[in-house]
Design a protein around this ligand. Structure first.
Ligand code: CO8
Length: 258
């Protein structure tokens, strides 16, 4: 399928790759980008061969925010009637693991999109920020909530109130990104990580994602109970038998996603 604002293709080892591709606007996220990302994700979620997805941008920008030019003349009734931005939540609700590979600017909606993914691998040039306040608005795609959970109240409040950007080092120190890699290696590293995940049992990887996300949505006791039930359930899979037999036989497991 051909897209206007993204590139989407499948890579070896069960990986789906989405590249945001609006270089003239530093990958600003207009409604077409969001719709196309969702269409590509729909395809990857349906494709049984895909076990992990990578979303990336360019070296200069993962995405410099929602498209300000598209938003500037919006009115309240339009945003309310169209439920503006709610389509974004579909990215966060995906069931297969998604990695954000971030180089350059991840600002506003760009930072929010990265945080909707399951984890962020950053290049040393990455810059994260929620500068919406400088435009007379506030983060609208989960920024005040997710950033606070990642980096804590002090840093999130400062970033949202001042619009200050956080560099890759600070983002790693603060728990916003899982790892920093050289810019030239970012995509290869993210694809290799995604291949590793896709090589696991896909249903089990999805259960892991669902269980970790519970930590953000419920109490510790409820989360642990949920994890225990899912843990019990995996003993009904062939992949559990295969994984443990392979360990005992000292060979690589061959998961069948069953
Ligand atoms: N929207 C539209 N166009 C943009 C955006 C944007 N967010 N960011 C950059 N561009 C365009 C510029 O207008 C410029 O276009 P042109 O050449 O036609 O003038 C081109 O990209 C290159 O940008 P710059 O010349 O500004 O590049 P610099 O390297 O000088 O500066 C910056 C880079 C610092 C990233 C700068 O472009 C900037 O500050 N951009 C805006 C960042 C921002 O404020 N982002 C937040 C946007 S609001 C938001 O995200 C709300 C989220 C709520 C909902 C999310 C779901 C949609």
């Amino acid at each position: 399928m051909t897209y206007e604002t993204i590139l989407a293709d499948t890579r070896d080892g069960g990986v789906g790759l989405i590249t945001i591709n609006r270089p003239q606007a530093l990958n600003a996220l207009n409604s077409t980008v969001v719709a196309e990302i969702n269409t590509a994700l729909d395809g990857f979620e349906k494709d049984a061969a895909i076990g992990c997805i990578v979303i990336t941008g360019s070296e200069k920008a993962f995405a410099a925010g929602a498209d300000i030019k598209e938003m500037q003349d919006l009115t309240f009734p339009q945003t309310y009637l169209d439920d503006f931005i709610t389509a974004w939540d579909r990215v966060a609700g995906r069931r297969k693991p998604i990695i954000a590979a971030v180089s350059g600017f991840a600002l506003g909606g760009g930072c929010e999109l990265a945080m909707m993914c399951d984890f962020i691998i950053a290049s040393e040039t990455a810059k994260f920020g929620q500068p919406e306040i400088k435009l007379g608005v506030l983060p609208g795609a989960g920024g005040t909530q997710r950033l606070t959970r990642f980096v804590g109240k002090a840093k999130a409040m400062e970033m949202c109130l001042t619009g200050r950007m956080m560099d890759a080092e600070e983002a790693e120190r603060s728990g916003l990104v899982s790892r920093i890699v050289p810019a030239a290696d970012l995509l290869e590293d993210a694809l290799k990580t995604a291949r590793g995940i896709a090589g696991m049992s896909i249903p089990v990887a999805m259960m892991v994602k669902e269980s970790v996300n519970r930590a953000y949505e419920t109490t510790l006791a409820e989360g642990v109970r949920f994890e225990r039930r899912v843990f019990h359930a995996v003993f009904a899979t062939a992949d559990q038998k295969e994984g443990m037999s392979a360990f005992v036989d000292k060979r690589k497991p061959d998961f069948k996603d069953a």
